[in-house]
Ligand binder design. Structure first.
Ligand code: AMP
Ligand code: MN
Ligand code: MN
Length: 345
C-alpha cells in the first residue's frame, strides 16, 4: 500500500478547469429554456445515464419540456441500469429533435460518441457539454469539462446548485450511481475527499446505497457464470507486453453470448474480474458487439496511460480506464495496443 502523506486540510485547489463564465452561461441557458434535449454517450454506463436523468428530472420539475436519449442502433437501457428513476424522459433516437434549440451532452468526450444522434448535435443552436474525460475534444458551445472530477455527475451536482434546484432522493439516486460506478465503488484513485463529501450529501436524501450496489454489481442471470467460465478459460497473461509492464487479456465473441443467450451489456463487468490479476499493470477485454465490431475495454494500475493509447486508436478515456473500437482480430488488436503502451513518464 502506498499513500501520499497529506496535511489534514486540503491545499487550495488548482485553477478551476471550468471558467466561471461558462458555468454562468450554462445555468442561464437552462434557466431560460422551455425545452431541453439531453443526450449521453452510446452504450450508456451509470455515469452517462445517471447524470442525464438526474439533471433531466430537475429540469422537468422546474416546468421544462425535457427529452433524453442516446444514439444506439438497438435502443435499450442496459439491464443493470433499469432501476434508475427518470426513464420516462427517454425517447427513441428517431423521436429526438432534429435541430434542438438547447442540447446538453453528458459524459461524452468526442462528438461521434453520440452515435446516431451525432448530426442532431451538429445542428443544435446551443450545446452544453458536461464531461470529465481528459480526452474531451472541446466540441459544443459551452464547455463544462473538468478532468479532475471523478464523474460527470459531480459536475451535474454543481450545475444543480447554481440553478438552485433541489436534489431529491430520485435525483440523488441518479447522481450517486454516476459517482459510485465511475469510482469503482469508491476504490479508484479518483476517490477524493470531495467524492465522499458529495456521497454524504446524496445519502442524506434517504437513498438506499445497499439496493443500488446490489442492482449494479451483485446480481446476474445464472448463464452469466457459464459465460464467465468460458471467457476466463481463455485468458492470457503476457508479462513482457507493453515494454515489460505486462498485460492480461481475454475476449468474448458474439457466438459466446448467443450460446448463453446474453446481450452485449452483460459483458461490461468482465473487465473487473480480469483487472484484479496481480502480475500485470494492464488488463484488456475485447467484446464483440452485435454488429461484429470489437469494443475494447482497457485498464491500468497506473504504470501505463491507457487513455493516450486508446485515443491514438480512435477511442478515448482516462489514464487508468479507457476504450476504443477495433475491426481487427483480438490478437492483432492486442499487438497494436501493446506496441502503443509502455511505462508512462
Ligand atoms: P469501458 O471500458 O467501456 O468501461 O470504458 C472505460 C472508459 O473509456 C470510459 O471513460 C469510456 O467513456 C471510455 N471509452 C470506452 N470506449 C470508448 C470509445 N470507443 N471511444 C471513446 N471512449 C471510450
Ligand atoms: Mn461513461
Ligand atoms: Mn464518466
Amino acid at each position: 500500500m502506498t499513500s501520499d502523506p497529506r496535511p489534514h486540510t486540503q491545499p487550495p485547489a488548482a485553477a478551476p478547469a471550468v471558467r466561471e463564465d461558462d458555468w454562468r452561461r450554462a445555468a442561464d441557458l437552462l434557466r431560460d429554456a422551455d425545452e431541453v434535449a439531453l443526450i449521453c454517450h452510446v452504450t450508456p454506463d451509470g455515469d452517462a445515464l445517471g447524470s442525464m436523468l438526474g439533471l433531466g428530472m430537475a429540469l422537468r420539475r422546474a416546468g421544462k419540456r425535457v427529452v433524453a436519449s442516446f444514439g444506439d442502433r438497438h435502443f435499450a437501457v442496459p439491464r443493470l441500469l433499469r432501476f434508475l428513476p427518470g426513464q420516462e424522459l427517454l425517447v427513441e433516437p428517431a423521436a429526438y429533435p432534429a435541430e434542438p434549440g438547447l442540447m446538453v451532452s453528458f459524459d461524452v468526450p468526442t462528438i461521434d460518441r453520440l452515435g446516431l444522434l451525432t448530426p442532431n448535435a451538429g445542428k443544435a443552436k446551443e450545446l452544453i457539454v458536461v464531461d470529465h474525460h481528459p480526452s474531451n475534444t472541446g466540441f459544443g458551445t459551452v464547455p463544462i469539462v473538468d478532468p479532475s472530477a471523478a464523474s460527470t455527475s459531480m459536475l451535474v451536482e454543481q450545475l444543480l446548485a447554481r440553478l438552485g434546484y433541489e436534489v431529491d432522493r430520485d435525483i440523488a439516486t441518479c447522481l450517486y450511481t454516476g459517482l459510485v460506478t465511475d469510482t469503482g465503488s469508491f476504490k479508484h484513485s479518483s476517490t477524493t475527499a470531495a467524492v465522499h463529501e458529495m456521497a454524504a450529501r446524496l445519502v442524506a436524501t434517504g437513498l438506499r446505497t445497499d439496493e443500488i450496489a446490489r442492482e449494479l454489481w451483485d446480481r446476474s442471470p445464472f448463464c452469466y457464470l457459464k459465460l464467465l467460465g468460458a471467457v476466463l478459460g481463455r485468458v492470457t497473461l503476457d508479462e513482457r507486453a507493453a515494454g515489460g509492464l505486462g498485460m492480461v487479456w481475454t475476449y468474448v465473441t458474439r457466438a459466446d453470448r448467443a450460446a448463453y443467450c446474453l446481450p452485449y451489456e452483460e459483458c461490461e463487468g468482465i473487465i473487473d474480474v480480469i483487472r484484479r490479476t496481480d502480475e500485470p499493470d494492464i488488463a484488456v477485454v475485447l467484446k464483440e458487439d452485435d454488429e461484429g465490431s470489437w469494443q475494447v475495454s482497457t485498464r491500468s494500475k497506473g504504470g501505463a496511460d491507457v487513455g493516450r493509447a486508446c485515443t491514438a486508436l480512435g477511442g478515448g478515456g482516462h489514464v487508468r480506464a479507457a476504450g476504443f473500437t477495433s475491426h481487427d482480430s483480438p490478437e492483432e488488436t492486442i499487438a497494436k495496443l501493446s506496441a502503443l503502451l509502455g511505462p508512462s513518464t
